[in-house]
Design a protein around this ligand. Sequence first.
Ligand SMILES: C[S@@+](CC[C@H](N)C(=O)[O-])C[C@H]1O[C@@H](n2cnc3c(N)ncnc32)[C@H](O)[C@@H]1O
Length: 203
Amino acid sequence: MAKPAPDWDERFRGDEALYGLAPSGFVIDCSLALPHGARVLCLAEGQGRNALALAARGFRVTSLDLSGTACRQLAERAAALRLPITVREQDLGLWSAPEAAFDAVVAVYAHMPRVLRRDLHGQIGRGLAPGGLVIIEGFRAEQLGRPSGGPRNLDWLYTEDELRGDFAGFHIDYLATPEVSLDEGRGHQGPGALIRFRARRQG
Ligand SMILES: C[S@@+](CC[C@H](N)C(=O)[O-])C[C@H]1O[C@@H](n2cnc3c(N)ncnc32)[C@H](O)[C@@H]1O
C-alpha cells in the first residue's frame, strides 16, 4: 500500500534548516551558464537554500512551495539578507506555469507521485523561455529503502528514462546518476543514489 504523503509544515517546524544552509553544488554549477539577472524559478524549494544562493548571485528568483511554514521561513531569511526573492505558497499539483516566463527552472528533491511529476515537467516546458534551462536533482529509484533520505514510494523517485521522455524536445546538456555521500542537514545524511539533469528548451 502507498505510504501517506508527508506533512511538510510539521517537518519544517522550528528554526532548523532541515536540508542545511548550503545550496546544491550541482545547481550552482549549472547557474554559471545563465546571464546575470536571469529569471530563475525554484520549484518545491522549501526553506530556500538554493533560492537564497541564486538571488545572492544576482538572479531574479521566484520560489514556489506547498509548505506555508517553509515559505515564511524563506521570506524571513530573504528579508534579513536583503535579497529580493518572490516567495509563493503553491501546490505544484495545481499549478499552471506562466508561458515562457523564466530563463531557468530549478527542481531539487521535488518528489511527488509520477503522474503529478509528468504534469509538472510539462508545466516546466511551458514556463521556460526558448533556450531556457531546466535543472533537476533528486533521488532515483535505487534510493528506495536507504535511510539517507527521500520518499518511501518507488513511484515518487526519478528514473533516467522518465527524464529523457518527459523532456524529449529538449537538448540534454547533462544527465548523470551519481552515488554521493549526502551531508545536507538532518534531512539527507549518508550514501545517496541521485540523478542530475540539465536540459535546454530548444529555440
Ligand atoms: C525534500 S524537500 C526539498 C526542499 C528544497 N528543494 C531543498 O532541496 O532544500 C521537498 C519539498 O517539496 C515540497 N513539496 C512537496 N510536494 C509539493 C507540492 N505538491 N507542491 C509544492 N511543493 C511540494 C515540500 O514542501 C518540500 O519543501
